[in-house]
Structures are given as structure tokens and as C-alpha cells.
Design a protein around this ligand. Structure first.
Ligand code: HEC
Length: 284
């Protein structure tokens, strides 16, 4: 991030007179009420954007970008990753099993159910983590969470789930609720040298321009993942995006798939329940 850009950002943040939170402050955790307030905030702020359009990130915010995107979708830059992912997904491990053996419905059309809270292990399981657990359970080395192979696999799994609404459940288990609350806290906590939270950019300022980029709204922000980005000249997983966003505000990023990041994904996915999976996505 360039210095001039940082200064512009900080002054924009200082200029914002009212700090708006999309989630109500309440004593007892109430995810359902959070999700409703979250959605209402964005729908009210952007009355012209159709609910299911929020999943298109920056493209939902800006007409010119939307046109670019529609042109791009004719020859999508993630096509290569999609093909690679499909092949990887079908290729047997050394023991003869495949990814399909690890997932419900053979892993087809299930993206919208991730992350989920695993009662046995008492933790949030994201799709990326489930893929690596599948590998290690079958004697294979785990993949990097931020490189092409993981992005290709999740691209393929998202593609088979396109149009299916996020269906994230918070079971009646205090540990699940605690994980959700931790993710929510992570999202709203300011950190790093610039003292920004995720919400500073993706709740307070969606649609605004940072350098050449238009900030995506937090509602539906994971539905298009993984994404191809020209700036990356390749695909990026959810892990990669979280790490990049933390680094952009000069905060120390966590390890990919840390507990905080998984809880954050749990929170962000839950509040986007009902919005369709649109991944893989392409960004300028
Ligand atoms: C300084 C502002 C800033 C902060 C703070 C920030 N991001 Fe971002 N984020 C960006 C920019 C710029 C992009 C790329 C443009 C876009 O898609 O929004 C982005 C993109 C994303 C995307 C991909 C959206 C898409 O559709 O392409 C996700 C997911 C995301 N951010 C999550 C987070 C999370 C989670 C946090 C907190 C850990 C966070 N961001 C904090 C600026 C920020």
C-alpha cells in the first residue's frame, strides 16, 4: 500500500463523523438478529442494489465496473483454475480414495454449507480446512492455503454450488455461539498501525474507491470466493484475502486457517445466509 493512499484512507476515516455498526450492541448474543440488522444496513444504504447482487462484490457497487465484469465473464480468467480444480478433485490419492469420499454428496454442490461447527472437535471447519484434513486423513501432505492448488479445488467446489444460498448453521452449543461471537469481535476490532477494522472498509465505506479499487460490501463478501485478481495474476483463497487485507492496514496477519480467521469466516458467512454462492469470481 502506498503512503499517499494510506494518508487518504486515514483522513477519510477521521472525516467520517458517525461510526456506524451494522450489528446492534446487545447483551445476549443473537446471531439471527445480527444477520437481519446486517442485511438491513446494506439494503438501506444501497437501495438500488438487488439483494442477490451483493455477492458480486465491487461490481455490485459501480455501473462501469459491472459492465467490465460482464464482458470479463465471457472469457472468465478463472477458467484455467476451474479446469485444474476439476481434475485435481477427481484424481485419486495414493490409497485410491478421492476428495469425494470425504464430503457429503461427493463434494458436489456443498460449498454453501461451509464453514460449519463440528461438535466432536469443538471447532469451526472451513472448506479449505476440510480439504486439507481430507488429504492428511488419506496420507497426503496438506496444500498451502494461499497457493493455486487450494484455490483451484475451492473454485471447482464453489462452481458446482453456484446459485445455492449460504446455509450456515449455529447449532445449539455454547461453543458454536462463542466461535461466532469471536468471529464477530474480530471483524469489528480495530488493529494495526492504521487502526482499521474489517468493518471500517467493508461496512462503512463499500462502494468507495481506494486507489483503483472499489471496496466490496461485507454482505455477501465471501460468496464469490475464491477470486481471480489481475493484481495477483492468479487466484486467491479466502485465507489469502484475509491475510492481504490485514497486511494492507499494517496489522500483523494471522496464520492461514487460524482459529480467529475460521471464526471470522463463520461470522461473515452466517450473516450472508440466503445469498447465493457465486464463486469463483474475477476481480480487476
Ligand atoms: C483498508 C481497507 C480494508 C480493510 C480494513 C479490510 N479490507 Fe478487505 N479489501 C480491501 C480492498 C481494497 C479489497 C479489494 C477490493 C474489494 O473487493 O473490496 C478488499 C477485498 C476483500 C475481500 C474480497 C471481496 C471481493 O468480492 O473481491 C474480502 C473477503 C475481504 N476484503 C475481507 C476483509 C476482512 C475479513 C477484513 C478484516 C480482517 C478486511 N477485508 C479488511 C480493503 C480493506
Amino acid at each position: 500500500m502506498r503512503v499517499r493512499f494510506v494518508i487518504a484512507l486515514v483522513s477519510a476515516a477521521l472525516a467520517a463523523s458517525v461510526i456506524v455498526s451494522a450489528a446492534p450492541a446487545s447483551d445476549a448474543p443473537d446471531p439471527a438478529a445480527d444477520a437481519e440488522a446486517f442485511r438491513n444496513y446494506f439494503v438501506t444504504k444501497f437501495p438500488k442494489v438487488k439483494l442477490e447482487d451483493f455477492v458480486n462484490g465491487p461490481y455490485s457497487m459501480n455501473k462501469d465496473m459491472r459492465r467490465q465484469w460482464q464482458e470479463k465473464e465471457e472469457f472468465p480468467p478463472y477458467e484455467f483454475a476451474l479446469e485444474a480444480g476439476k481434475e485435481m478433485f477427481a484424481a485419486p490419492f495414493k490409497n485410491g480414495k478421492t476428495y469425494a469420499d470425504c464430503f457429503e454428496n461427493g463434494g458436489i454442490g456443498v460449498r454453501q454449507n461451509f464453514p460449519y461447527f463440528d461438535a466432536k472437535q469443538g471447532e469451526v471447519i472451513t472448506l479449505e480446512l476440510a480439504l486439507n484434513r481430507c488429504r492428511t486423513a488419506n496420507g497426503e501432505a496438506p496444500l498451502s492455503y494461499v497457493k493455486d492448488e487450494m484455490a483451484s479445488l475451492t473454485a471447482y467446489m464453489a462452481f458446482t454450488s453456484r446459485g445455492k444460498p449460504f446455509d450456515i448453521k449455529i447449532p445449539d452449543d455454547p461453543r458454536a455461539l462463542a466461535a461466532y461471537e469471536n468471529g464477530k469481535r474480530y471483524f469489528y476490532t480495530r488493529r494495526g498501525q492504521l487502526n482499521f477494522s474489517c468493518a471500517s472498509c467493508h461496512v462503512q465505506s463499500p462502494g468507495e474507491r481506494l486507489r483503483a479499487e472499489i471496496l466490496a460490501p461485507a454482505l455477501g463478501i465471501l460468496n464469490a470466493m475464491p477470486i481471480y485478481r489481475s493484481e495477483w495474476a492468479g487466484m486467491g483463497t479466502i485465507s489469502r484475502r484475509f491475510i492481504t487485507c490485514n497486511s494492507q492496514t499494517r496489522a500483523v496477519p494471522e496464520e492461514a486457517q487460524s482459529e480467529d480467521y475460521r471464526d471470522l469466516e463463520y461470522f461473515l458467512s452466517y450473516v450472508s445466509n440466503g445469498l447465493p454462492i457465486s464463486g469463483p469470481g474475477a476481480r480487476p
